[in-house]
Design a binder for this molecule. Structure first.
Ligand SMILES: [Zn+2]
Length: 484
């Protein structure tokens, strides 16, 4: 029995592997620890200044990636006024708060201390505003009224669903809305969060809609505005006049996604998209560079290595059957803006986009795996839209790489919700099957200490292999993976 099994296994090893498998194995060898390290040394260097979207370092990174795509022999796929380009440029608005305060008599209240000003519209210097107290009136009910030119204050019990609250407010047709939050902890959480999020500059997609001015505060601010205890305020309150000054600098800028294309032989119209984000969070207020070696220098380096491996294969006569788009996006750290732009303005039709493999942080070992099973990767989202993709991904791993695929963060109930937090999600929203590869978070996440010395190139190479073999299978198999 034993002998026969060994013999059968031997037969498989000698004759079982198809010619496709052998080719994949051959070209995976072009992905090396040395290459990964040398490319990451450029992307994570201090001279790239933390690659913040809209800043000089991001543009330098874009130039570097495009020069590599060109060197590998990938096609520039984007139409531009000077012919085909590696860059898909898109517009953003860059907003910087210069100041935001309120005044009543000689008393002043300041942004991020006494309230949070959340809006993309500014005042024209100091403006007198009249605030009406609407108390328990709901946002739903405010939406049905014409409050043009008016500022209304309503009671908000807590801000635990603040995303939804803010989204609803966009439809209120008033000059401004004050949310007086009753729950002190909840208000404090929002204040701290927005202080971080809105300080310095903020980028957002360009929108034509004129948004109202939103001021989030505690009930103490209402007492200051109306000069009464909150419990004594009612909807019959006379309007109170105060001064508001929200002065912002709004600039229109253009930033880039970087795209390199390899055309398929048999089904060139079907496209596999391999992504990472090359932007990071720039320079800290104390002047330290956030190098973002893991986030997401590691993923970007992986995409470059895959691009080189597939381009080399193509030059040696092994072109993929389907086309492959290698795309490194910007704007991820600002809210997945680059991938959002691409999926709303795709260069290749989304209905023929067969899968997105997204690589974001693959160079480190997280505390849960340190000193234990270090050859692992978190796999997220593979089974969400396509069981076939999940099965394929499992099989490829068993056949070629055999690392531990950790599904901890694939659980719908996991509070981290990583499935919604990187660029693949914009593809998933358009019903394109995705796999997100991730090493988990660590103490250096979004800190100046996310540096290249801490990268484990041995494990990173295995993860890059996994993405490569999965991409190879997806690009060369008979049928595209089915939605489940
Ligand atoms: Zn990231």
């Amino acid at each position: 029995m034993k002998q026969i099994t060994v013999f059968t296994l031997l037969l498989f090893i000698v004759f079982g592997a198809t010619s496709q498998d052998k080719k994949a194995l051959k070209f995976a060898k072009t992905i090396t620890e040395k290459d990964l390290e040398s490319r990451l040394a450029v992307l994570a260097s201090d001279s790239l200044e933390g690659r913040e979207t809209g800043e000089r370092g991001q543009q330098m990174a874009a130039e570097y990636i495009a020069s590599k795509f060109k060197e590998f022999g990938l096609e520039p796929p984007v139409d531009s006024k000077d012919g085909k380009s590696y860059f898909q440029t898109y517009p953003l608005q860059k907003m910087t708060y210069r100041t935001a305060y309120m005044k009543k008599g000689d008393e002043q209240k300041d942004n991020f201390e006494d309230f949070v000003y959340f809006s993309r519209s500014e005042t024209k210097g100091e403006e007198y505003i009249d605030v009406i107290f609407a108390g328990d009136e709901t946002i739903e009910s405010l939406k049905t009224k014409d409050l043009e030119g008016k500022y209304v204050g309503i009671t908000q019990a807590d801000m635990s669903n603040w995303r939804q609250v803010l989204a609803n407010l966009a439809e209120v047709k008033a000059a401004g809305v004050f949310l007086f939050v009753e729950d002190a902890n909840s208000y404090d959480f929002v204040k701290q969060r927005f202080k971080r999020f809105l300080s310095g500059t903020r980028l957002s997609t360009v929108s034509d809609e004129v948004s109202n001015k939103v001021i989030i505060a505690d009930t103490g601010l209402a007492e200051w505005i109306f000069g009464k205890k909150y419990a004594e305020l009612s909807a019959s309150e006379a309007p109170s006049r105060i001064i508001l000054n929200a002065d912002m600098l709004v600039e229109d800028i253009e930033v880039e996604n970087v795209l390199g294309f390899l055309k398929g032989t048999d089904k060139p119209e079907e496209v596999l998209v391999v992504t990472s984000h090359y932007d990071h969070i720039g320079i800290s207020s104390d002047g330290q560079v956030n190098n973002g070696a893991d986030d997401d220098g590691s993923g970007t380096t992986t995409v470059l290595e895959l691009a080189q491996a597939f381009a080399t294969a193509a030059q040696k006569g092994s072109k993929p059957k389907r086309s492959i788009l290698f795309m490194t996006v910007s704007g991820e750290e600002k809210g997945l803006l680059g991938s959002e732009y691409y999926t709303n303005n795709p260069v290749f039709p989304l209905e023929n986009t067969v899968t997105n493999l997204n690589v974001d942080m693959v160079g480190r070992i997280d505390p849960d795996h340190e000193g234990k099973n270090e050859e692992y990767v978190y796999v997220i989202g593979a089974d969400k839209l396509s069981q076939e993709l999940h099965d394929l991904s499992e099989k490829v791993n068993k056949t070629y790489v055999n690392i531990d695929m950790d599904y901890t963060y694939n659980d719908e109930n996991d509070p981290n919700r990583y499935y919604y937090r990187s660029d693949h999600y914009n593809f998933a929203k358009k019903d394109i099957p995705i796999i997100f590869y991730f090493n988990g978070t660590h103490a250096d996440y979004h800190k100046p200490t996310d540096t290249i010395e801490k990268i484990r190139f041995d494990v990173m190479k295995k993860r890059a292999d996994l993405v490569f073999f999965t991409a190879w299978e997806l690009a060369n198999r008979e049928n595209r993976v089915k939605l489940k």
